[in-house]
Write a protein that binds this ligand. Structure first.
Ligand SMILES: *Cc1c(COP(=O)(O)O)cnc(C)c1O
Length: 377
């Protein structure tokens, strides 16, 4: 715990070597003829985009994907020189920043296209963009029936150059689901329409992490993995096919130990009542740090390479752990909430299952007040 001198001992450790290893796994799956867009939105899924993106650039990421213009600007400040795609929209007033930092917008409605076209022309430039098709996610993008009119309208905007055609898969985490090939079919038709209208998008892409293995769409020349880079599984069966390493570990240390007699109520609401003489460890982490309140009474942590369970309600800054069965525990002992402790693991998938969410949300929930420390890379 040397990195925590002078700080509350609650921290996140990010293993950049593991990140680069996972990137190489994704690269191998995608094949050599496929470019790799590394998705680093939401501060690299909570891992810290300013360190993660340069490490991925060094490992050979061809492009980067963010959700917001602000995130794209942050990547440029961190030294990312590769193309950056803004997946999530460009809002009124953000056009100048987008142009200044050479970010590539994804266009999913015409109003933004017209605004960007006007600005690009005023600037004497042509702006590259990717066109988003809604092939069945039902979220962003033009639906197939809107495409002919959309393409006609885009032809009238000389300040814009279509550099990619993009769509998103809704059910790719279930490899047997027939809807994915339906989406691939719609996408293929859309691609012919786009080409027939005279556009020549270089990047053709349909795939997130879950679709890394699907060979249903051979025209695809770019994949955009996110979760697998961070060692998360898009679906359980991915464990056999990709050898991923966890990147994030979330740790703290025991701040106080106390023994209470059977019958003692613990924490807010006394939702835990000691059924026996119990030893409790107080750890300085709570829901304000992203240690979800839903882990009350059900979360498990590692102390001295053993599992111990949360006792009672998780508070804003504190959590209590029942360490009765690990009598060697001392104040200052390291506690692993997520990640590895000498070969034992608490995975994001396990954590997510306990609180009925997905690994993505577990990573993103770790709050900004928890300092990140970086190893390797
Ligand atoms: C977030 C996102 C991805 C990455 O998805 P993962 O499931 O994390 O691999 C890919 N494409 C788009 C458009 C996204 O928004």
């Amino acid at each position: 715990m040397h990195h925590c001198q002078g700080h509350r001992p609650t921290y996140v450790e990010i293993d950049l070597a593991a990140l680069q290893h996972n990137f190489r796994q994704a690269r191998r799956q995608a094949g050599d003829d496929c470019e790799l867009l590394a998705v680093v939105k939401a501060d690299a899924y909570g891992h810290g985009a300013d360190r993660v993106a340069p490490a991925l650039q060094q490992a050979g990421a061809d492009l980067f994907g963010v959700a917001m213009v602000e995130e794209g600007v942050e990547l440029r400040r961190a030294g990312v020189s590769r193309p950056i795609l803004v997946l999530g929209g460009v809002y009124s007033g953000q056009e100048a920043e987008l142009l200044a930092h050479e970010l590539v917008p994804v266009i999913f409605e015409m109003e933004t296209a017209r605004r960007l076209n006007a600005l690009a022309l005023a600037d004497g430039r042509r702006l590259s963009y990717h066109l988003k098709l809604d092939s069945g996610m039902g979220r962003l993008g033009f639906r197939a029936e809107e495409l002919p009119a959309t393409l006609a309208a885009l032809t009238e905007l000389p300040g814009l150059v279509m550099d990619g055609l993009i769509s998103h898969l809704a059910v790719a985490d279930d490899p047997t689901h027939p809807f994915t090939s339906e989406q691939a079919g719609l996408f293929r038709e859309a691609l012919s329409l786009v080409r027939a209208a005279g556009f020549t998008p270089r990047h053709i892409r349909l795939s997130n992490s879950a679709a890394l293995f699907s060979r249903q769409f051979p025209e695809c020349n770019l994949v955009r993995p996110g979760i697998v880079l961070y060692g998360g599984l898009p679906a359980p069966d991915f464990a056999e096919r990709l050898h991923l390493r966890p990147v994030m570990s979330f740790r703290t240390a025991v701040a106080q130990l106390k023994d209470v007699p059977a019958g003692t109520g613990v924490s807010y609401g006394h939702r835990f009542v000691a059924g026996r003489s119990t030893r409790l460890a107080a750890i300085p982490v709570g829901y304000a740090d992203g240690y979800s309140r839903q882990l009350s009474n059900v979360g498990e942590v590692l102390i001295r390479v053993r599992r111990a369970r949360v006792a009672g309600t998780v508070c804003m800054d504190w959590t209590l752990i029942d360490v009765t069965d690990i009598p060697q525990v001392e104040v200052g002992d390291e506690v692993t909430l997520l990640g590895s402790d000498n070969g034992q693991f608490i995975t994001a998938e396990e954590w997510a299952q306990r609180i009925d969410t997905i690994n993505y949300e577990v990573f993103c929930q770790v709050s900004k007040r928890v300092p990140r420390f970086y190893l390797g890379g």
